[in-house]
Design a protein around this ligand. Structure first.
Ligand code: FJE
Ligand code: FE
Length: 297
């Protein structure tokens, strides 16, 4: 393969994401957003979630960032206070820019266990109060590229010369790689971006071909300043991992649960807005999701 990466990034830290409780009866493996890794600019949270009815994430608000939900198994129905509703099925993507405010529910839509990834991407101060927006792509419309034992689903950004149609308000790349046994990749990453790998299945070697293989549910922080990732599947099973990168905002972060602003005063204002149903939360006043009603919360 041609050398598209001149200075490969190395793995500087590794975090195993263990299951913890979230929402109502749901389980998440949280890597970014937990105590030891509170923020990896611009990323606030990465949850590998697992939820079976009647558990779920009933009515809750968001302000000041984006949530990106990528389903791996089963289906989740989301419903918001403006009447926007839909089901995200395996392989589908929902890129939600909460901006000034969304109140919604995210609940299982199928029997068995629903699994997926939810990433929270911070918004710059100038975009925190923008109108909410959704970008939704079903599995069949997610561009895939394949070459030399590599398959990549291009959620955001570009790989193997193919670009995703997703608009990233905070510049972000999000790639879902599957490597057959023996395959290797070189994937460019902008030099100034923060980037990490999250392993979903199998075992892979990252950054240095002589390093030890790393298995599922581990998050790897990639060192700064290199221009890409090199990874190898030297095992006999297929390897699946996510590569995510983003341009750091370099701004102060004040977080109160699902509200992420720049100052404590803005958080106080947000709590007031949510309680009074003002400044973007107007429609929360008389709204309750159908699923919340069905599940009886
Ligand atoms: C939550 C605020 C939240 N991880 N993974 C507070 F927004 C949430 C929440 C989620 C969530 C939803 C899905 Cl579908 C997947 C998630 C957090 O909705 F659980 C708390 N406690
Ligand atoms: Fe949510």
């Amino acid at each position: 393969m041609s050398n598209v990466v001149k200075e490969p990034r190395t793995v500087v830290r590794k975090f195993l994401a263990r299951p913890q409780h979230e929402g109502v009866g749901a389980t998440v493996r949280r890597s970014i957003g937990r105590f030891e890794l509170k923020y990896f600019d611009p990323f606030l949270v990465l949850d590998e979630f697992s939820v079976s009815a009647p558990a779920g994430f009933p009515d809750h608000p968001h302000r000041g960032f984006e949530t990106v939900t990528y389903m791996l198994q089963g289906a989740v129905t989301h419903e918001d206070f403006e009447g926007h509703k839909g089901t995200i099925e395996a392989g589908d993507l929902q890129w939600m820019t909460a901006g000034r405010g969304i109140v919604h529910s995210e609940m299982p839509a199928a029997q068995g266990t629903q699994k997926g990834l939810q990433l929270w991407i911070n918004l710059s101060s100038k975009y925190k109060m923008i109108e909410p927006r959704y970008q939704e792509i079903t599995s069949k419309d997610i561009t895939e590229a394949a070459k030399d034992g590599i398959k990549v689903r291009i959620i955001a950004g570009e790989a193997l010369g193919i670009k995703s149609p997703i608009y990233t308000r905070t510049p972000t790349m999000y790639l879902d790689f599957t490597l057959n046994p023996g395959a290797q990749i070189q994937q460019p990453i902008p030099v100034s971006w923060n980037a990490f790998v999250y392993i979903l299945e199998g075992e892979g070697i990252f950054g240095n071909s002589r390093s030890l293989p790393i298995t599922a549910h581990n998050l790897l922080l990639l060192g700064g300043s290199g221009d890409g990732l090199e990874a190898w599947n030297k095992s006999s099973k297929s390897l699946r991992f996510i590569l995510i990168g983003g341009e750091p905002l370099g701004e102060p972060v004040v977080q109160f649960g699902p509200f992420v602003m720049n100052t404590q005063a803005e958080i106080d204002q947000t709590i007031e807005d949510y309680e009074n149903c003002t400044n973007g939360f107007e429609k929360a006043r008389h709204w309750k999701s159908e699923s919340t009603t069905v599940f009886g919360y």
